[in-house]
Design a protein around this ligand. Structure first.
Ligand code: MOS
Length: 723
């Protein structure tokens, strides 16, 4: 089946969003609502001996204060011990593992009373002063993961005539979506309903029912719109079960919106990671050997794996002799986790900086050098990649950027006022995952249509990609199309993350549309009825037509489908049984380094992505602009810093945690190869959100090197690094 390109359409919820009419989790109003506020620990490690609550209860409006003794002991996640996402949130406990961990929850009639009550609480602690909050203090490389290896990297390295060896660092960072972490829960008629901005209504439901000892049919989680997730809202959140428990104890709806400073200490974060890269080239300049060792900061109990740092590099250049290792460094912090392009952003920063350094040593043009390599073969698993258009991305990007006007020598491009100009290139790869889906599609004679499936709208435009399929396949009224996603009561849900959302839902939409068409044809038999599907149903006196379809990705079967139905993670890819699938991107970046101040500006970026078939040109381009913006922010601005004396995050607000603003971002030219992947799914859609960011920070570093001759290997790059 050939898949025609999709037309440009406005995103489905654009008008609601700009009018402020789109409802987010904390916007839902409930009568008799209690407001909650958490009390964070002020020690970095130790025990809570007592939480005196009298002062808080004196505050007018404070109703109740919950402490560790009010909570059942936490239930470990079914995946505990396995490498995977961070553990689900335990309840409030007396053992303190990191500064900022919640020690109490204040419930009050007003938000102001909850805040004042929280501030009145002075817990007594027995601190353990032997805490290690920094990766370089007491931490050591622990529990190395299984190495990723192919060929014989040591022997190939010995044959190399040119070797590049360098270490690169990506700092700790926090996501900072506009929408705060929040949970609103109520307990009614034996059912607990949880409203939360989450990329995983299934995960929120699971954490609640496990920790509160409820049955699956007693918990509903809803997340119709998310104001930015980026992985922070992809794994169970610290507050969810705590707030749900408060709603059950009080019998009233309870709402908690975490202040941003508390979010820094309670959410997951991007861990600081170090990447030692060694590349060997033969006499012709070809890369023949790579050794890659990565490690990252980790909590004492966290499970966020460092293994995936080793995934992207071998896929990009067909490296046949590769050896990679990865390890945790355990310290006293909350558990780190997924943050946009979690592993490929830091690893492609490192590897694509190293490739640039090597090309410079060999006096080769960095675009031409990359084009000398590359393959459609997965060397680690020795099987084909289903599609890889990285070379087309590089060629098209070079053309759009005007790369042939670049003068090769670092420091050779200057403006009249002495500003140094640099042009850099780098590439990125991101794994393609797909989960099962069970979708129901109902078309009604009254003019409405409802599609319910597993997916979450976190701002990326997933409703727009679903609408593209349904509206192209079916003659229905798009204005009255309801897309019921992010709701465990509408359909079985799965975590939406890792850029797998679209590719995991649009095949189900296509199949459901096909089944509706067939059912309608059967209904009409030989009759000719004018008008759209709604009119046709009315003509044959059928109020509605409904189908349910199940989509199972390559390599999965009944076992994964059962896991999905139970709310678990059921991911196929990127290493499917017969092929490997990654999305690719090439970024071209111009930097200007101002004379005297050495301030770095980025006036223009050209990015060309291979995400398979582009499902929604409008929202896809927005995803790439967002990813590039974040990469510039990561390269030049963002770092969360630890206070070594007290163990907490220092710059825990948007005044001190510096993100790129409009003035930091210039022109971003986005385009797509838009070639459907021939096998990965019925629409040829791979994934886009995260690959958009990958490699772009390396392109900034490479451009700074081209502008100044200075090689920066630790993000963020600051003025003082160039003075
Ligand atoms: Mo993403 S960091 O996998 O939500």
């Amino acid at each position: 089946m050939s898949i025609a390109p999709f037309p440009d359409r406005a995103r489905v919820d654009a008008r609601e969003k700009v009018r402020g009419a789109a409802l987010y989790a904390a916007d839902f109003a409930f009568p008799d609502l209690l407001h909650a506020m958490m009390v964070p620990a002020t020690i970095a490690k130790g025990r809570v001996d007592a939480v005196p609550v009298e002062a808080a209860l004196q505050v007018p409006g404070v109703v109740r204060v919950l402490t560790a003794t009010d909570f059942p002991p936490p239930v470990p996640s079914p995946t505990a011990g396995a490498e995977g996402p961070p553990p689900p949130p335990p309840m409030i406990t007396a053992e303190i593992a990191y500064r900022g961990q919640p020690v109490a929850l204040v419930l009050a009639e007003t938000l102001e009373a909850a805040i004042e009550g929280g501030e009145a609480i002075r817990p007594r602690y027995t601190p353990d002063d032997a805490f290690a909050p920094l990766i370089d203090s007491a931490g050591h490389r622990a529990e190395p993961v299984e190495p990723v290896t192919t060929g014989d990297a040591d022997a190939a390295m010995a044959r190399a005539t040119t070797r590049l060896r360098a270490e690169y660092v990506s700092p700790a960072q926090h996501h900072n979506p506009i929408e705060m972490l929040s949970t609103t829960a109520f307990w009614r008629d034996g059912v607990l309903t949880v409203h939360e901005g989450t990329q995983s209504t299934s995960g929120a439901k699971g954490a609640v029912l496990r920790n509160l000892r409820l049955e699956p049919d007693q918990v509903v989680a809803k997340s119709p719109q998310i104001g930015g997730g980026f992985g922070q809202k992809g794994t169970p959140q610290r507050q969810t079960a705590i707030v749900a428990h408060a709603a059950m104890l009080t019998g009233r709806p309870v709402k908690l919106v975490l202040p941003r400073g508390q979010i820094f200490h309670n959410a997951s974060f991007r861990p600081r990671s170090r990447h030692r890269v060694e590349i060997g080239a033969d006499a012709s300049g070809q890369m023949i050997a790579v050794r890659y060792d990565a490690d990252h900061q980790q909590s004492r109990t966290g499970q966020f794996s460092p293994a995936e740092y080793l995934e992207a590099a071998p896929q990009m250049y067909g490296l046949t002799d590769f050896h990679g290792t990865a390890a945790n460094i355990r310290i006293d912090t909350q558990s780190p986790g997924y943050m946009r392009a979690p592993h490929p952003h830091p690893s492609c920063f490192a590897f694509e900086s190293a490739v640039d350094e090597l090309a410079a040593m060999l006096e080769q043009d960095p675009v031409a050098y990359r084009l000398r390599h590359g393959t459609n073969h997965d060397p680690i698993h020795d099987r084909p990649q289903s599609s890889n258009h990285l070379h087309q991305c590089l060629r098209e990007g070079a053309r759009r950027f005007g790369w042939d006007r670049r003068s090769a020598a670092p420091g050779s491009m200057r403006l009249a006022d002495g500003t140094q100009v640099g042009w850099g290139v780098a590439a990125g790869a991101y794994p393609v995952h797909i989960h099962p889906n069970i979708a129901t599609l109902t078309v009604r004679a009254d003019g409405t249509t409802r599609f319910a499936a597993a997916a979450h709208e976190m701002g990326q435009g997933i409703r727009s990609t679903i609408e593209q399929v349904l509206v192209r396949e079916l003659d229905i009224d798009p204005a009255r199309l309801e897309l019921a996603i992010g709701d465990t009561s509408a359909a079985a849900q799965h975590t939406t993350a890792g850029s797998w959302g679209t590719a995991s839902v649009v095949p189900a939409a296509l199949e459901a549309a096909g089944r509706i068409k067939a059912a309608m044809a059967e209904l009409l038999a030989t009759r000719q009825v004018a008008g759209d599907l709604h009119r046709q149903l009315a003509a044959v006196r059928r109020p509605s037509l409904s189908v349910e379809v199940t989509h199972i990705p390559h390599g999965q079967g009944a076992e994964e489908l059962a896991t999905f139905r139970q709310g678990g993670m059921a991911l196929a890819g990127p290493f499917f049984p017969a092929f490997t699938t990654f999305s690719y991107i090439a970024h071209f970046v111009e930097v200007r380094v101002e004379p005297r101040t050495c301030r770095v500006r980025v006036p223009r970026v050209v990015s060309v992505a291979d995400c398979g078939r582009v499902m929604s040109p409008r929202t896809a381009a927005s995803q790439v602009r967002g990813g590039v913006t974040w990469a510039i922010s990561a390269a030049l601005r963002e770092e969360t810093e630890v206070d070594p004396r007290y163990g907490g995050w220092l710059n825990n607000d948007l005044a001190d945690y510096v993100v790129a603003v409009n003035a930091d971002i210039g022109e971003i030219d986005v385009s797509f190869i838009d070639e459907p992947d021939p096998v990965v799914n019925s629409l040829g859609a791979k994934g886009l959100g995260e690959v958009a960011m990958v490699g772009c920070a390396a392109a900034v570093a490479n451009a700074i090197h081209h502008a100044t001759g200075t090689r920066l290997r630790e993000m963020p790059f600051r003025i003082e690094d160039l003075l």
